[in-house]
Structures are given as structure tokens and as C-alpha cells.
Design a protein around this ligand. Structure first.
Ligand code: URA
Length: 217
């Protein structure tokens, strides 16, 4: 799996990431959501460089300009609820993309250390031959993303898969590389070294869903 790790290069992306991580700024949930959205826009712009293009004549009031435009049929697939701001950022750039939404959560039947991924709600267009963007802001264990892929497979076989994420763990990145098809690549802002015993990314940023939308029961 080819990994595009954007924070390795200096750019304004690092400021948005630092604000997301900063415990003294996280209480501002509007800024938190907007920073995730801005990172979605940057990841979308960067991955657009790897799409397929064809030339098209665009007629201006004064003439005709031949322009290379992307030809991919993009489907954005997000996991509720933490994925929504990242989804929005991508949709700002891929404004004619189709959209899939899935609910996946960690169910802890016995204790905090062990959990299974439960997939319930699923709404998706056909994905056959399309460019499928699997959107997950926190690629922690990678298990939710693989569960989503297993669920979406019944809607067709995509031409290619692009995982889009804000922060991942080295373990999560290896897990998805092992369990997703060969034609998958990863577009990620940053990768942290480890997970804690509850499956949270360390140092990470905390619970992205709670920070964006408030604590849940
Ligand atoms: N989900 C989050 O929101 N944060 C993590 O660190 C891991 C999973």
C-alpha cells in the first residue's frame, strides 16, 4: 500500500494539525471541526494529483481553452459520526462525488481492552469501477476501516481505493495494508507511534467524535 504522509513535508497543514492536537484549543469545537475539514480539503487536493485526467474544451466568453479534468467517478464513504467533518472537506473539492455512510462502533462485551466492530446503518450507491475514498479521521487499530470495506464489498468492486485519514497509528496503517486490496493507497496527514490499551492513538488528539460533536452516553 502506497502511503502519502503529508506532515513529513512542511506546509500550513501542520498548523491545522497542531491546533487539532492542542488540548488548550480543543474546547473550541467549531475550530476543531473546521480544522478537520481544512485537512480534508488539503488531502483531497493532494490526492487529486493521482486521479485520471482527460482534456476538455471549455468555452469562455472570449474563446476556447483546452483543460485537463479528472474523469474518475468518486464515491466518498464515511463512518458516522467522527468522519463527517473530514467528509465535508473532501466534498468541498469533489463536489460531484457520490456518498456512502456507514455506522461502525466499538462494542466492548467484557472489558475496555477487548472490542468488536459493529456495523449497523449502511447507505451506499453502487461502487463498481469507481474510485472509492474510505474516510476515517482516526486510523487507530484499522479494524473499523476493514469492517467497512467488508460491508461495502457487496455494492460492487471499486476500480481503486483511497483511504483518507487525519491521524493514524503505525499499527493501524500496517493492519489496513494487510487486509485491503493491492489497489489501495493511503492519504494521511500524520502517523503516530502507538496505541494505548483502549485503542486510542498516542499522542493523537483524543476522541475525534466527542471533540467535534460533544460527549455521548
Ligand atoms: N478514535 C478516536 O477518536 N481517537 C483515537 O485516538 C482512536 C480512535
Amino acid at each position: 500500500m502506497k502511503t502519502y504522509h503529508l506532515a513529513k513535508e512542511n506546509s500550513i497543514l501542520n498548523k491545522f494539525l497542531a491546533e487539532l492536537r492542542d488540548v488548550s484549543l480543543q474546547k473550541d469545537s467549531m475550530r476543531f471541526r473546521r480544522n478537520i475539514e481544512r485537512i480534508g480539503e488539503i488531502l483531497g487536493y493532494e490526492l487529486s494529483k493521482e486521479l485520471s485526467y482527460a482534456s476538455k474544451d471549455v468555452t469562455t466568453p472570449l474563446g476556447v481553452k483546452s483543460t485537463n479534468l479528472p474523469t474518475n467517478n468518486v464515491v466518498l464513504c464515511s463512518i458516522l459520526r467522527a468522519g463527517l467533518p473530514l467528509h465535508n472537506g473532501l466534498l468541498n473539492y469533489f463536489d460531484d462525488a457520490e456518498n456512502a455512510f456507514i455506522s461502525a462502533y466499538r462494542h466492548h462485551p467484557n472489558n475496555d481492552a477487548e472490542f468488536e466492530i459493529v456495523v449497523e446503518y449502511f447507505a451506499s450507491p453502487a461502487i463498481d469501477g469507481k474510485t472509492l475514498l474510505l474516510v476515517d479521521p482516526m486510523l487507530a487499530t484499522g479494524r473499523s476501516l476493514v469492517a467497512v470495506y467488508e460491508a461495502i464489498k457487496k455494492y460492487g468492486t471499486p476500480k481503486e481505493i483511497k483511504i483518507v485519514s487525519v491521524i493514524g497509528s503505525t499499527e493501524g496503517v500496517s493492519y489496513v495494508a494487510k487486509h485491503l486490496p493491492e489497489n489501495t493507497d493511503l492519504w494521511i496527514a500524520d502517523i503516530d507511534e502507538k496505541l494505548n490499551d483502549k485503542g486510542y492513538i498516542i499522542p493523537g488528539l483524543g476522541d475525534a467524535g466527542d471533540l467535534a460533536f460533544g460527549a455521548k452516553l
